[in-house]
Design a protein around this ligand. Structure first.
Ligand code: ARG
Length: 407
Protein backbone atom coordinates (compact mmCIF):
# COMPACT_ATOMS: atom_id res chain seq x y z
CA UNK A 1 0.00 0.00 0.00
CA UNK A 2 1.25 3.49 -0.83
CA UNK A 3 2.41 5.35 2.25
CA UNK A 4 0.65 8.54 3.21
CA UNK A 5 2.11 11.80 4.44
CA UNK A 6 0.14 14.66 5.98
CA UNK A 7 1.74 18.00 5.07
CA UNK A 8 1.33 21.32 6.90
CA UNK A 9 0.27 23.36 3.88
CA UNK A 10 0.34 27.14 3.65
CA UNK A 11 -0.24 27.60 -0.07
CA UNK A 12 3.16 29.21 -0.55
CA UNK A 13 5.84 28.15 -3.01
CA UNK A 14 7.74 25.77 -0.73
CA UNK A 15 4.80 23.76 0.55
CA UNK A 16 3.26 23.61 -2.94
CA UNK A 17 6.47 22.27 -4.44
CA UNK A 18 6.80 19.91 -1.46
CA UNK A 19 3.54 18.17 -2.42
CA UNK A 20 4.76 17.21 -5.90
CA UNK A 21 8.35 16.60 -4.83
CA UNK A 22 7.39 14.07 -2.16
CA UNK A 23 5.11 12.27 -4.61
CA UNK A 24 7.86 12.08 -7.25
CA UNK A 25 10.89 11.42 -5.05
CA UNK A 26 9.46 9.39 -2.21
CA UNK A 27 6.47 7.75 -3.92
CA UNK A 28 4.02 8.74 -1.19
CA UNK A 29 0.45 10.03 -1.19
CA UNK A 30 0.12 13.53 0.20
CA UNK A 31 -2.73 14.96 2.24
CA UNK A 32 -2.53 18.72 2.87
CA UNK A 33 -3.71 20.34 6.06
CA UNK A 34 -4.34 24.06 5.88
CA UNK A 35 -4.83 25.54 9.33
CA UNK A 36 -6.51 28.92 9.66
CA UNK A 37 -4.81 30.61 12.61
CA UNK A 38 -5.93 34.07 11.49
CA UNK A 39 -3.35 34.57 8.73
CA UNK A 40 -5.85 36.05 6.26
CA UNK A 41 -5.48 39.61 7.55
CA UNK A 42 -5.63 41.24 4.13
CA UNK A 43 -7.76 38.57 2.41
CA UNK A 44 -5.16 38.47 -0.35
CA UNK A 45 -6.28 35.01 -1.40
CA UNK A 46 -9.24 32.82 -0.47
CA UNK A 47 -8.77 29.52 1.32
CA UNK A 48 -10.63 27.88 -1.59
CA UNK A 49 -7.93 29.08 -4.00
CA UNK A 50 -5.23 27.74 -1.69
CA UNK A 51 -6.98 24.37 -1.43
CA UNK A 52 -7.28 24.22 -5.22
CA UNK A 53 -3.52 24.78 -5.49
CA UNK A 54 -2.83 21.85 -3.15
CA UNK A 55 -4.93 19.59 -5.37
CA UNK A 56 -3.27 20.97 -8.52
CA UNK A 57 0.08 20.10 -6.97
CA UNK A 58 -1.07 16.50 -6.59
CA UNK A 59 -2.50 16.20 -3.07
CA UNK A 60 -5.20 13.54 -2.68
CA UNK A 61 -7.04 15.90 -0.30
CA UNK A 62 -6.66 19.29 1.34
CA UNK A 63 -8.35 19.69 4.71
CA UNK A 64 -9.05 23.23 5.94
CA UNK A 65 -9.24 23.60 9.72
CA UNK A 66 -10.51 26.78 11.35
CA UNK A 67 -8.36 27.03 14.48
CA UNK A 68 -8.78 30.75 15.19
CA UNK A 69 -10.70 30.23 18.41
CA UNK A 70 -8.28 27.61 19.62
CA UNK A 71 -5.35 29.85 18.74
CA UNK A 72 -6.87 32.72 20.71
CA UNK A 73 -8.38 30.98 23.70
CA UNK A 74 -5.65 28.52 24.39
CA UNK A 75 -2.43 29.77 22.87
CA UNK A 76 -2.71 33.57 22.92
CA UNK A 77 -4.45 33.36 26.31
CA UNK A 78 -1.54 31.43 27.86
CA UNK A 79 0.87 33.92 26.31
CA UNK A 80 -1.05 36.78 27.93
CA UNK A 81 -0.95 35.05 31.32
CA UNK A 82 2.83 34.80 30.94
CA UNK A 83 3.27 38.33 29.48
CA UNK A 84 5.27 36.37 26.94
CA UNK A 85 7.94 38.20 25.00
CA UNK A 86 11.02 36.31 23.86
CA UNK A 87 14.20 38.18 24.74
CA UNK A 88 11.96 40.83 26.27
CA UNK A 89 10.55 41.87 22.91
CA UNK A 90 8.99 39.35 20.53
CA UNK A 91 5.52 38.12 21.53
CA UNK A 92 6.07 34.66 19.95
CA UNK A 93 3.77 35.09 16.95
CA UNK A 94 5.05 32.13 14.88
CA UNK A 95 6.10 30.13 17.93
CA UNK A 96 2.51 30.14 19.17
CA UNK A 97 0.92 29.01 15.92
CA UNK A 98 3.19 26.03 15.25
CA UNK A 99 1.90 23.88 18.13
CA UNK A 100 -1.68 24.60 16.99
CA UNK A 101 -0.78 23.41 13.50
CA UNK A 102 1.08 20.38 14.89
CA UNK A 103 -1.96 19.32 16.87
CA UNK A 104 -4.12 19.33 13.72
CA UNK A 105 -1.43 17.65 11.64
CA UNK A 106 -1.27 14.78 14.07
CA UNK A 107 -5.07 14.60 14.25
CA UNK A 108 -5.34 14.39 10.46
CA UNK A 109 -2.46 11.92 10.26
CA UNK A 110 -4.53 9.60 12.46
CA UNK A 111 -7.70 10.16 10.41
CA UNK A 112 -5.90 9.48 7.14
CA UNK A 113 -3.87 6.62 8.53
CA UNK A 114 -0.60 8.33 7.60
CA UNK A 115 2.84 7.11 8.65
CA UNK A 116 4.38 10.57 8.69
CA UNK A 117 3.77 14.28 8.84
CA UNK A 118 5.76 16.83 6.86
CA UNK A 119 6.55 20.53 6.88
CA UNK A 120 8.09 22.94 4.39
CA UNK A 121 10.75 24.50 6.64
CA UNK A 122 14.40 24.79 5.75
CA UNK A 123 17.21 23.82 8.09
CA UNK A 124 17.98 27.34 9.27
CA UNK A 125 14.96 28.35 11.26
CA UNK A 126 13.06 27.74 14.46
CA UNK A 127 9.89 26.47 12.85
CA UNK A 128 11.40 23.09 11.91
CA UNK A 129 12.25 22.62 15.60
CA UNK A 130 8.70 23.48 16.66
CA UNK A 131 7.11 21.12 14.10
CA UNK A 132 9.36 18.23 14.92
CA UNK A 133 9.63 18.44 18.69
CA UNK A 134 5.88 19.16 18.87
CA UNK A 135 5.02 16.13 16.74
CA UNK A 136 7.30 13.86 18.76
CA UNK A 137 5.59 15.06 21.94
CA UNK A 138 2.09 14.29 20.67
CA UNK A 139 2.81 11.26 18.50
CA UNK A 140 6.18 9.58 19.21
CA UNK A 141 5.40 6.92 16.59
CA UNK A 142 5.00 9.32 13.64
CA UNK A 143 7.88 10.18 11.34
CA UNK A 144 8.50 13.82 10.49
CA UNK A 145 9.66 14.64 6.98
CA UNK A 146 11.26 17.90 5.88
CA UNK A 147 11.54 17.81 2.07
CA UNK A 148 12.90 21.37 1.84
CA UNK A 149 15.93 20.24 3.84
CA UNK A 150 16.55 17.48 1.32
CA UNK A 151 15.80 18.83 -2.10
CA UNK A 152 18.71 21.25 -2.57
CA UNK A 153 16.72 23.60 -4.79
CA UNK A 154 17.15 27.37 -4.79
CA UNK A 155 14.08 29.55 -4.87
CA UNK A 156 14.48 29.97 -8.63
CA UNK A 157 14.71 26.16 -9.03
CA UNK A 158 11.49 25.80 -7.05
CA UNK A 159 9.70 28.30 -9.29
CA UNK A 160 10.86 26.31 -12.34
CA UNK A 161 9.76 23.08 -10.67
CA UNK A 162 6.28 24.51 -10.02
CA UNK A 163 6.02 25.67 -13.62
CA UNK A 164 7.12 22.29 -14.93
CA UNK A 165 4.36 20.60 -12.94
CA UNK A 166 1.71 23.23 -13.70
CA UNK A 167 1.33 24.26 -10.08
CA UNK A 168 -0.36 27.69 -10.16
CA UNK A 169 1.90 29.63 -7.78
CA UNK A 170 1.85 33.38 -7.29
CA UNK A 171 5.48 33.62 -6.23
CA UNK A 172 8.15 34.96 -8.52
CA UNK A 173 11.88 34.28 -8.59
CA UNK A 174 12.49 37.63 -6.93
CA UNK A 175 10.61 37.23 -3.74
CA UNK A 176 11.53 39.96 -1.32
CA UNK A 177 10.18 39.09 2.13
CA UNK A 178 9.29 35.95 4.05
CA UNK A 179 6.17 36.70 6.05
CA UNK A 180 4.39 34.54 8.59
CA UNK A 181 1.19 35.79 10.14
CA UNK A 182 -1.65 34.88 12.43
CA UNK A 183 -4.01 36.49 14.94
CA UNK A 184 -1.10 37.43 17.20
CA UNK A 185 0.74 39.44 14.52
CA UNK A 186 3.08 39.32 11.55
CA UNK A 187 6.73 38.23 11.36
CA UNK A 188 8.75 39.63 8.48
CA UNK A 189 12.19 38.42 7.36
CA UNK A 190 14.58 38.62 4.39
CA UNK A 191 15.36 41.29 1.79
CA UNK A 192 16.64 44.62 3.10
CA UNK A 193 15.82 43.49 6.67
CA UNK A 194 18.87 41.21 6.61
CA UNK A 195 21.11 44.27 7.02
CA UNK A 196 20.73 45.06 10.74
CA UNK A 197 22.00 48.60 10.19
CA UNK A 198 19.41 49.47 7.53
CA UNK A 199 16.16 50.98 8.84
CA UNK A 200 13.25 48.61 8.15
CA UNK A 201 11.48 49.26 4.84
CA UNK A 202 7.87 50.50 5.07
CA UNK A 203 6.39 48.29 2.39
CA UNK A 204 5.95 44.93 4.14
CA UNK A 205 3.92 46.44 6.98
CA UNK A 206 0.16 46.06 6.67
CA UNK A 207 -1.24 46.22 10.22
CA UNK A 208 0.67 49.26 11.44
CA UNK A 209 0.42 51.88 8.71
CA UNK A 210 -0.83 55.10 10.26
CA UNK A 211 -4.35 55.63 8.96
CA UNK A 212 -5.61 57.42 12.08
CA UNK A 213 -3.45 60.36 13.21
CA UNK A 214 -5.76 61.12 16.18
CA UNK A 215 -5.21 59.75 19.68
CA UNK A 216 -7.23 56.63 20.52
CA UNK A 217 -8.30 55.95 24.11
CA UNK A 218 -9.87 52.68 25.07
CA UNK A 219 -10.42 50.52 28.13
CA UNK A 220 -9.65 46.82 28.18
CA UNK A 221 -11.37 44.75 30.87
CA UNK A 222 -9.80 41.59 32.23
CA UNK A 223 -11.39 38.72 34.16
CA UNK A 224 -9.11 36.12 35.72
CA UNK A 225 -6.20 37.31 33.58
CA UNK A 226 -8.10 37.17 30.29
CA UNK A 227 -9.11 40.21 28.26
CA UNK A 228 -12.88 40.05 27.92
CA UNK A 229 -14.12 43.46 26.76
CA UNK A 230 -13.14 46.66 25.02
CA UNK A 231 -14.95 49.77 26.27
CA UNK A 232 -17.45 47.54 28.05
CA UNK A 233 -18.33 45.52 24.96
CA UNK A 234 -17.76 41.83 25.68
CA UNK A 235 -16.06 40.00 22.81
CA UNK A 236 -14.73 36.49 22.18
CA UNK A 237 -10.94 36.68 22.48
CA UNK A 238 -10.25 36.15 18.76
CA UNK A 239 -12.54 39.10 17.91
CA UNK A 240 -11.11 41.25 20.67
CA UNK A 241 -7.61 40.66 19.31
CA UNK A 242 -8.83 41.48 15.80
CA UNK A 243 -10.43 44.73 16.93
CA UNK A 244 -7.35 45.79 18.83
CA UNK A 245 -5.09 44.97 15.89
CA UNK A 246 -7.22 47.32 13.81
CA UNK A 247 -7.61 50.17 16.29
CA UNK A 248 -4.11 50.20 17.74
CA UNK A 249 -2.48 49.33 14.42
CA UNK A 250 -4.14 52.33 12.75
CA UNK A 251 -2.14 54.62 15.06
CA UNK A 252 1.10 52.90 14.01
CA UNK A 253 1.52 51.05 17.29
CA UNK A 254 2.97 47.54 17.39
CA UNK A 255 6.25 47.47 15.47
CA UNK A 256 9.34 45.65 16.70
CA UNK A 257 12.77 45.73 15.11
CA UNK A 258 15.19 43.31 16.73
CA UNK A 259 18.17 41.02 16.40
CA UNK A 260 17.21 37.71 17.97
CA UNK A 261 18.89 34.44 18.87
CA UNK A 262 17.42 31.53 16.97
CA UNK A 263 17.42 28.04 18.51
CA UNK A 264 19.79 26.88 15.77
CA UNK A 265 22.59 29.26 16.76
CA UNK A 266 21.98 32.02 14.23
CA UNK A 267 21.42 35.64 15.13
CA UNK A 268 18.86 37.15 12.82
CA UNK A 269 17.38 40.60 12.33
CA UNK A 270 13.61 40.42 12.23
CA UNK A 271 10.79 42.90 12.19
CA UNK A 272 7.34 42.29 13.55
CA UNK A 273 4.03 44.08 13.77
CA UNK A 274 1.88 42.93 16.67
CA UNK A 275 -0.40 45.75 17.84
CA UNK A 276 -2.94 43.68 19.77
CA UNK A 277 -0.36 41.35 21.32
CA UNK A 278 1.85 44.16 22.61
CA UNK A 279 -1.11 46.25 23.82
CA UNK A 280 -2.74 43.35 25.64
CA UNK A 281 0.49 42.27 27.30
CA UNK A 282 1.23 45.85 28.38
CA UNK A 283 -2.28 46.24 29.80
CA UNK A 284 -2.23 42.83 31.49
CA UNK A 285 1.18 43.40 33.06
CA UNK A 286 0.02 46.78 34.32
CA UNK A 287 -3.05 45.27 35.96
CA UNK A 288 -0.82 42.66 37.59
CA UNK A 289 1.20 45.51 39.14
CA UNK A 290 -2.00 46.44 40.95
CA UNK A 291 -3.19 43.02 42.10
CA UNK A 292 -0.28 40.60 42.47
CA UNK A 293 1.36 40.11 45.85
CA UNK A 294 5.01 41.18 45.73
CA UNK A 295 6.78 37.81 46.02
CA UNK A 296 4.43 36.15 43.54
CA UNK A 297 4.91 39.08 41.19
CA UNK A 298 8.71 38.97 41.34
CA UNK A 299 8.89 35.19 40.93
CA UNK A 300 6.43 35.34 38.06
CA UNK A 301 8.61 37.88 36.24
CA UNK A 302 11.53 35.41 36.41
CA UNK A 303 9.42 32.53 35.15
CA UNK A 304 7.88 34.55 32.32
CA UNK A 305 11.16 34.72 30.45
CA UNK A 306 11.66 30.97 30.92
CA UNK A 307 8.14 30.29 29.62
CA UNK A 308 8.84 32.44 26.58
CA UNK A 309 12.13 30.68 25.87
CA UNK A 310 10.52 27.26 26.11
CA UNK A 311 7.74 28.22 23.70
CA UNK A 312 10.21 29.89 21.33
CA UNK A 313 12.31 26.73 21.42
CA UNK A 314 9.44 24.46 20.38
CA UNK A 315 8.69 23.09 23.85
CA UNK A 316 4.98 23.96 23.94
CA UNK A 317 4.15 20.34 24.69
CA UNK A 318 6.70 19.64 27.42
CA UNK A 319 6.61 18.93 31.14
CA UNK A 320 8.32 22.14 32.27
CA UNK A 321 6.09 24.31 30.11
CA UNK A 322 3.02 22.53 31.49
CA UNK A 323 4.22 23.01 35.06
CA UNK A 324 4.87 26.69 34.41
CA UNK A 325 1.37 27.00 32.92
CA UNK A 326 -0.04 25.72 36.19
CA UNK A 327 1.92 28.36 38.09
CA UNK A 328 0.82 31.11 35.70
CA UNK A 329 -2.83 30.04 35.89
CA UNK A 330 -2.74 30.11 39.68
CA UNK A 331 -1.42 33.67 39.68
CA UNK A 332 -4.26 34.86 37.45
CA UNK A 333 -7.16 34.26 39.85
CA UNK A 334 -7.33 37.89 40.96
CA UNK A 335 -6.19 39.57 37.73
CA UNK A 336 -9.57 41.17 37.19
CA UNK A 337 -10.15 44.82 36.40
CA UNK A 338 -9.90 47.56 33.80
CA UNK A 339 -6.93 49.19 32.13
CA UNK A 340 -7.01 52.47 30.22
CA UNK A 341 -4.86 52.67 27.10
CA UNK A 342 -4.01 55.74 25.10
CA UNK A 343 -2.46 55.38 21.64
CA UNK A 344 -0.84 58.32 19.93
CA UNK A 345 0.37 58.21 16.35
CA UNK A 346 2.90 57.23 15.29
CA UNK A 347 3.31 54.20 17.47
CA UNK A 348 3.11 55.38 21.07
CA UNK A 349 1.13 53.56 23.77
CA UNK A 350 0.69 54.85 27.28
CA UNK A 351 -1.21 53.10 30.02
CA UNK A 352 -3.00 55.96 31.75
CA UNK A 353 -5.13 54.22 34.37
CA UNK A 354 -5.99 50.93 36.02
CA UNK A 355 -8.53 49.75 38.59
CA UNK A 356 -9.58 46.46 40.14
CA UNK A 357 -11.95 45.16 42.79
CA UNK A 358 -9.01 42.91 43.80
CA UNK A 359 -6.41 45.69 43.98
CA UNK A 360 -3.79 45.38 46.69
CA UNK A 361 -3.23 49.10 46.31
CA UNK A 362 -4.65 50.74 49.44
CA UNK A 363 -5.09 54.49 49.08
CA UNK A 364 -5.15 55.13 52.82
CA UNK A 365 -1.83 53.33 53.24
CA UNK A 366 -0.21 54.99 50.21
CA UNK A 367 -1.42 58.56 50.65
CA UNK A 368 0.57 61.44 52.09
CA UNK A 369 -2.57 63.42 52.87
CA UNK A 370 -4.85 63.49 55.90
CA UNK A 371 -6.41 60.09 55.15
CA UNK A 372 -3.07 58.42 55.99
CA UNK A 373 -3.52 55.35 58.20
CA UNK A 374 0.08 54.08 58.02
CA UNK A 375 1.70 53.72 61.47
CA UNK A 376 4.87 55.79 60.98
CA UNK A 377 6.26 55.01 64.42
CA UNK A 378 6.28 51.27 63.63
CA UNK A 379 8.92 51.89 60.98
CA UNK A 380 11.59 52.91 63.48
CA UNK A 381 12.22 49.46 64.91
CA UNK A 382 11.54 47.75 61.58
CA UNK A 383 14.18 49.73 59.68
CA UNK A 384 16.73 49.35 62.52
CA UNK A 385 16.48 45.57 62.43
CA UNK A 386 16.33 45.44 58.64
CA UNK A 387 19.67 47.32 58.45
CA UNK A 388 21.30 45.66 61.46
CA UNK A 389 23.49 43.28 59.46
CA UNK A 390 24.90 46.09 57.31
CA UNK A 391 25.53 48.23 60.37
CA UNK A 392 27.50 45.44 62.05
CA UNK A 393 29.49 44.85 58.87
CA UNK A 394 30.33 48.57 58.59
CA UNK A 395 31.47 48.74 62.22
CA UNK A 396 33.66 45.63 62.13
CA UNK A 397 34.96 45.49 58.55
CA UNK A 398 34.27 48.95 57.11
CA UNK A 399 32.54 49.92 53.88
CA UNK A 400 35.09 50.22 51.02
CA UNK A 401 33.50 53.17 49.25
CA UNK A 402 32.81 55.47 52.17
CA UNK A 403 34.92 58.42 50.96
CA UNK A 404 33.45 60.53 48.09
CA UNK A 405 35.79 60.97 45.08
CA UNK A 406 37.86 64.17 45.55
CA UNK A 407 36.29 67.04 43.70
N1 ARG B 1 11.84 34.54 14.06
C1 ARG B 1 10.46 34.28 14.38
C2 ARG B 1 10.32 32.99 15.12
O1 ARG B 1 11.20 32.18 15.07
C3 ARG B 1 9.59 34.34 13.15
C4 ARG B 1 9.69 33.20 12.22
C5 ARG B 1 8.84 33.43 11.03
N2 ARG B 1 8.75 32.25 10.23
C6 ARG B 1 8.72 32.26 8.92
N3 ARG B 1 8.61 31.11 8.36
N4 ARG B 1 8.83 33.36 8.23
O2 ARG B 1 9.33 32.74 15.76
Amino acid sequence: MTKRVVLAYSGGLDTSVAVRWMIEEWGVEVVCVLVNVGQDTDNAESFDDIKARAIAAGAIACVLVDARREMAEEFCASAIFANARYEGKYPLVSALSRPVIVRHLVDQARKFNAHAVAHGCTGKGNDQVRFEVGTHALAPDLEVLAPARNWGMTRADSVDYAQKWDIPIKATKEKIYSIDENLWGRAIECGAIEDPWAPPPEEPYTLTRVTNPDPVELTVSFAGGLPVAIDGVVLPLADLIGELNARAGATGFGRIDMVENRRVGIKSREVYECPAALALIAAHADLEDLVLERDVHHEKARLESRWSELVYDGMWFSPLKEALDAFMADTQRHVTGDVRLRFEAPGLLRIVGRRSPKALYDHDLATYDAADTFQHADSEGYVKIYGLGVKTWAARQGAKNSTPPSS
